[in-house]
Design a protein around this ligand. Structure first.
Ligand code: NAP
Length: 290
């Protein structure tokens, strides 16, 4: 059985590492920066709790990371006692964090120099997808590394899509986020328009949600948007981070993301108002000018 170390037991990482342990197919050890989460994980699942990134990395066949943003991953990888210094050659690193394309390329280069495999593998499906073990995972990297990663990722995924070389998992996730931003902008406009015409939202949704306007956001968020309930779901602070990576990459690949930039600016205003933890469907608040 492979030794798999899982670093980062946040909203997503905690249940993902749990599925790995419950599969019975791996020796799992976990590490989290704040100790309470790793202790809680250790109480709930079979596996060992490492005292440091170094201890988790030494002897691991595979190290999985699920942290917040670029800077966090860089710290975990490049610190003196970090993954790069302590992992064995021929091991594999899987990064589930949503990061920039630039970071994914940089990490792939650093690991390849030491003959260590690397795949960028951001996820989609939210907390509920992580809890139910049915995430969608977009993967970039060398095919041999991806082949090693797939049976491990399968423990918490319903679909694993190989997109291309290193960085392409992150690029696919960016497309996902660009599309969500556009859908939520349209949904916000549509709901506000309906409210101004006193159309009953439930009736409206049963009329249009099975047609060409249907979307995951309409199905799962339209009603709560109409009730102005946003205290759950995918936090705006993460969306701003992700759209920032998209806008940055769009400068390099020369895509006009002016519409996405408008949505990004609205989200930044919501963060300035102190509401960065709200679900991304809170975009409707900005559209009304609240
Ligand atoms: N939440 C979602 O619905 C969702 C959906 C799809 C993708 N994602 C992406 O998945 C990733 C994880 O999201 P999440 O919701 O699980 O975030 P989260 O709950 O904030 O967890 C982040 C984890 O990273 C750790 N961390 C952050 N900075 C660190 C550092 N410098 N050194 C060591 N550990 C560090 C945190 O440790 P502490 O416990 O010590 O803070 C925590 O365990 C993000 O990239 C996010 O964009 C999230």
């Amino acid at each position: 059985m492979k030794n798999v170390a899982f670093i980062g037991l946040g909203v997503m990482g905690f249940p993902m590492a749990g599925h790995l342990a419950e599969s019975g197919n791996f020796f799992v050890s976990v590490w989290n920066r704040s100790k309470e989460k790793s202790e809680k994980w250790g109480d709930k699942f079979q596996g060992s709790v490492a005292e440091s990134v170094k201890k988790a990395s030494v002897g691991a066949d595979v190290v999985i990371i699920c942290a917040g943003k670029d800077e966090d991953v860089e710290q975990i990888i490049y610190a003196k006692n970090g993954v790069l210094q302590n992992i064995s050659s021929n091991a594999l690193v899987i990064d589930h964090t949503t990061t920039s394309y630039k970071l994914a390329k940089k990490l792939a280069g650093s690991f390849q120099e030491k003959n260590i495999g690397f795949v960028d593998a951001p996820v989609s499906g939210g907390e509920i997808g992580a809890i139910n073990g049915c995430l969608s995972v977009m993967v970039g990297g060398r095919k041999t590394d991806v082949n090693t990663a797939v049976p491990i990722i399968n423990s918490y995924a319903k679909s694993i899509s190989y997109i291309g070389e290193s960085g392409y998992g992150q690029l696919a996730k960016m497309v996902n986020q660009i599309c969500i931003a556009g859908v939520l902008q349209g949904l916000s406009d549509g709901i506000l328009f309906a409210e101004n015409e006193n159309i009953e939202i439930g009736k409206l949704l049963s009329a249009i949600s099975g047609g060409a306007a249907q979307s995951w956001q309409m199905e799962n968020r339209a009603l709560t948007m109409s009730k102005r309930e946003f205290d759950f779901g995918f936090a705006i602070k993460w969306m701003v981070k992700d759209l920032g990576y998209c806008l940055d990459r769009a400068k390099d690949n020369k895509t006009d993301l002016s519409f996405t930039k408008t949505v990004y600016d609205k989200y930044k205003k919501i963060i300035e108002n102190g509401d960065g933890r709200l679900d991304t469907s809170a975009l409707i608040l900005q559209n009304k000018g609240d």
